[in-house]
Design a protein around this ligand. Structure first.
Ligand code: GRG
Length: 305
């Protein structure tokens, strides 16, 4: 499937529909909690991670669907619940990251952060509930072997050695003026790249990809994730709050270690290009050369928010 903005919008629309359908309605008791969950989830992020799940799953046609008619083609499972699950985990991490005890931010996805729109306790609980909801979706919507592998992939990426571990070291680094390039690498590989990698691998697991293809998805995800984070640092240093939908210049103001601070703007841009190109090389090894994912990587490299 070639990349086009229409194709991307179609994936995003599928994700938005899944978010609408697969979470408890806002009025479900306690309504304040479910309203807060939907407030953050439906604020209109880029939906990168769920789109990666859908696009990766579609690279792998159902068993027996090529060549002569198969004895019993087995349709792969629907990737939408897994796509919604990873967006739930991502949104929980944003809600918690914005809390006063962490980044203490007022603006996210162009709107007041959850603790500003509701209150701190409600925001904390909405984040907890989104994290839990993700694993419920994986448990209820896949047969046991697939469910087990999806839960394992997402839990590892979101856990203490990756997303949460990266966040912990990020908080520690804020207090340490001498953060090194290697420490920054650890933070970004774990805080950002691990979830982007997991999205691609989850798509591959749903598509019943062969081990070599899963490995390419894993490698591509690591490079794409790092490119994404370097560009995030560049945008924090160069873009406007209104365009970003979150507070710009915050990292520099907080004296945070970023790729731009440690390597300079020019080197950061070069590293982002190198990582994007490395991701594209891996995507090209996948069935059909994965043109949609190649195009999406190019779009991400040129993104302005
Ligand atoms: C609280 C466990 C915990 C983790 C927080 C995600 C995160 C870790 C912190 C948010 C701050 C930040 C800059 C993280 C790096 C990853 C990143 C660029 C997140 C924003 O993702 P986008 O740009 O956001 O995909 P949208 O709103 O488009 O979904």
């Amino acid at each position: 499937m070639e990349f086009s903005s229409t194709r991307l919008s179609a994936y995003v629309a599928r994700v938005e529909h899944g978010l609408e359908q697969l979470l408890p309605a806002a009025g479900t008791r306690p309504a304040r909690l479910h309203t807060a969950m939907r407030y953050s989830l439906q604020a209109g992020g880029k939906r990168l991670r769920p789109v990666l799940v859908l696009a990766a799953a579609e690279l792998f046609p159902p068993t027996g669907s090529t060549g002569s008619p198969p004895a019993s083609p087995k349709a792969p499972p629907d990737p939408l619940p897994a796509a919604v699950a990873i967006e739930c985990v991502h949104t929980y991490s944003l809600i918690h990251d914005d809390l006063p005890c962490m980044d203490n931010d007022d603006l996210r996805r162009g709107r007041p952060t959850a603790h500003k729109a509701f209150d701190e306790a409600t925001a904390l609980l909405a984040g907890d509930a989104l994290l839990t909801q993700a694993f419920l979706l994986l448990a209820l919507n896949y047969e046991p072997a697939t469910s087990r592998s999806l839960v394992g992939e997402l839990a590892a990426a979101a856990g203490s050695e990756h997303l949460i571990g990266g966040q912990m070291e990020d908080l520690l680094a804020e207090k340490n003026a001498g953060t090194t390039a290697a420490e920054l690498d650890f933070i970004h590989h774990n805080k950002t790249a691990a979830m982007i990698q997991a999205a691609l691998v989850m798509g591959g697991l749903i598509g019943r990809a062969e081990p070599a293809a899963l490995q390419s998805l894993r490698q591509a995800g690591r490079h794409l994730g790092l490119a994404f984070q370097i560009i995030d640092d560049i945008l924090d240093a160069t873009a406007d709050t209104a365009v970003l939908g979150k507070t710009a210049g915050k990292d520099a103001k907080a004296g945070k270690a970023t790729f731009v601070k440690i390597h300079g703007l020019e080197a950061a841009q070069r590293m982002a290009d190198e990582e994007s190109n490395a991701a594209i090389l891996e995507f090209r090894k996948l069935p059909g050369g994965a043109p949609f994912l190649v195009g999406l990587t190019e779009e991400m490299a040129a993104r302005k928010r």
